[in-house]
Design a protein around this ligand. Structure first.
Ligand code: NAP
Length: 494
């Protein structure tokens, strides 16, 4: 179930949020702490106006909320509001039993919030928040929260892949606790939100306003990731990197899986330790994953088989599980070649100038070299250029001398990160002049048009953009992952 967290200041605003998201969500959580004081007084009526099960929550500041009244006043307001038709009421784990007893003007004796909820069939969510870590005794604490038949909720903050493993192990450790809510907050936790069912969680929260650290929108959770449709048969794929959330790959693979009706999900994993990730990959029976910076080399010790290209380039961007062994391939190599394959086949590219000598350049230079094209490498760090040139029998020089290489090559490939944020206005070879006849290839895809790209276009060159390579390498990964061609009618937004 996807639960929309409502943090509007009025009930009307929250009703609008429910309507805007209705097709993606199964329930909503009304956050009393974000409502105006006047609106809080009438919030008991809210569930009957939205036609969805609603969780009632009045969150303290110490638990990431906005409630600033005294604890006594907070619980009294929670009690009054809970008289409405709420399906669930959230009560924090450390609230004492005695603090949940109230004087109700309509009744002679003191009333007990917990008992009144249970009598009316309202489920209590017992919540534990930790914004600093994943507590070492997390399984014991979940079991304790569940002991009275309530729904335990833990929202904790993983800070590493090891913490992520702890959260995914909850289901194996506590499978007897059927109804529970497990949430990894913050950057590392996003995979636990997308794969909440694999943590044994009955629901996950989402919002358009990042109501909690790591929230994604309901639309993203449901339409892009189809997180609510994950089941025990779903094949899990993903991408590992650090950073990783800028990547366009989920927008390539998830719509592709959906289009061919393949029960699979592709999730970004923020990975600090490749070793720990391979453990998680075994636990979740991950079927395959993409690899981005800085792990393209780090994964290699864990691979049982690698292709010739991986060996030559020294970098792997695709890992698939083949007969219980991890196989590493490099689709950057073929993805780079695809947009210029015709010209190469026709012999129209015999010489190439490659700007940069980093990881991407290695795939480019090897691909060109293996197709008989004579390469010259220019790099800021000349030693790095020399090493790659030695391996591939290429020429090399310092980037400073780029003007000497103007108008001499059939193909010019820009592989540095200059032109990307934060160097959006920079051109790595501003002194280099185009003839207008060369094919120019810019590997950067974000932004679509760098200063280098614009200058080459203005000079009349055919310019290939980085998004073409990204899509081509993604399609090859898709084939490796699913065994099917990428559906031609899908045009991912990258
Ligand atoms: P990398 O291994 O870190 O290499 C970075 C390269 O950029 C090195 O050659 C580095 O030169 C050079 N560089 C960085 N800052 C510079 C500066 N201020 N002036 C001059 N040169 C500078 O990175 P990578 O993995 O190769 O990625 C490079 C770019 O390719 C990124 O923009 C990435 O998005 C893009 N890429 C695109 C695709 C695609 O599918 N379109 C695939 C892979 C990569 P030094 O050696 O002197 O430091």
């Amino acid at each position: 179930m996807l639960c929309l967290t409502l943090t509007g200041s009025t009930l009307e605003e929250n009703r609008r949020l429910v309507e805007q998201n209705r097709k993606w969500i199964s329930l909503a959580e009304l956050r009393l702490d974000h409502l105006n004081a006047d609106e809080q007084k009438i919030a008991s009526s809210f569930p009957s106006t939205v036609d969805l099960p609603v969780i009632l929550t009045f969150r303290r500041k110490s638990d990431g909320g906005a409630c600033s009244v005294s604890e006594k006043a907070r619980l009294q307001t929670l009690y009054e509001t809970a008289k409405g038709d709420y399906a669930y009421v959230d009560i924090e784990e450390d609230v004492r039993k005695s603090d949940l007893k109230f004087k109700d003007p309509l009744q002679e004796q003191k009333v007990d919030l917990e008992r009144s909820l249970r009598d009316r069939g309202v489920r209590i969510i017992r919540s534990l928040h930790d914004f600093t870590c994943v507590p070492a005794d997390i399984y014991g604490r979940i079991a304790k929260l569940a002991s009275k038949g309530d729904i335990p909720k833990v929202a904790v903050t993983p800070k590493s892949m090891i913490d992520i493993i702890s959260l995914f192990r909850v289901q194996a450790e506590l499978s007897q606790v059927k109804d529970k809510i497990i949430i990894g907050m913050g950057e590392f936790g996003i995979c636990t939100r997308l794969l909440y069912k694999k943590c044994g969680s009955m629901l996950t929260f989402c919002s358009d306003t990042q109501a909690a650290p790591g929230h994604l929108s309901a639309r993203t959770m449901s339409e892009l990731y189809r997180a609510d449709r994950v089941d025990e048969k779903t094949h899990v794929f993903g991408i590992i990197g650090n950073p990783v959330y800028h990547t366009a790959s989920p927008r390539i693979h998830n719509p592709g899986f959906d289009a061919i009706h393949y029960n699979a999900i592709y999730v970004p994993f923020l990975v600090d330790s490749v070793r720990a990730f391979f453990k998680l990959a075994e636990m979740l029976q991950i079927h395959g994953f993409s690899v981005t910076v800085p792990h393209k080399r780090n994964v290699q010790p864990y691979l049982g088989r690698i292709t010739r290209e991986v060996k030559q380039i020294g970098a792997c961007n695709t890992v698939t599980r083949i007969q219980n062994m991890w196989k590493g391939t490099n689709t950057d190599y073929y993805g780079f070649l695809a947009p210029i394959a015709e010209e190469i086949a026709q012999g129209a590219i015999r010489t190439a100038l490659v700007i940069g000598a980093g990881g991407a350049s290695r795939a480019v230079v090897w691909a060109l070299h293996n197709h008989g094209i004579k390469v010259t490498i220019l790099n800021r760090n000349e030693e790095r250029a020399r090493q790659l040139a030695d391996e591939t029998m290429s020429n090399y020089d310092s980037l400073e001398n780029c003007n000497l290489y103007s108008k001499k090559f059939d193909l010019v490939v820009q592989t540095t990160s200059v032109g990307m944020d934060p160097n959006l206005d920079e051109d790595p070879v501003s002194a280099f002049a185009f003839s207008g006849k060369e094919i120019v290839y810019e590997l950067i895809y974000q932004p679509r048009e760098t200063p280098f790209f614009k200058r080459a276009t203005k000079a009349g060159c055919r310019v290939v953009g980085g998004s073409e390579m990204l899509l081509e390498q993604g399609k090859l990964q898709f084939e490796a992952f699913s065994g099917y061609h990428y559906p031609h009618w899908i045009h991912p937004e990258i």
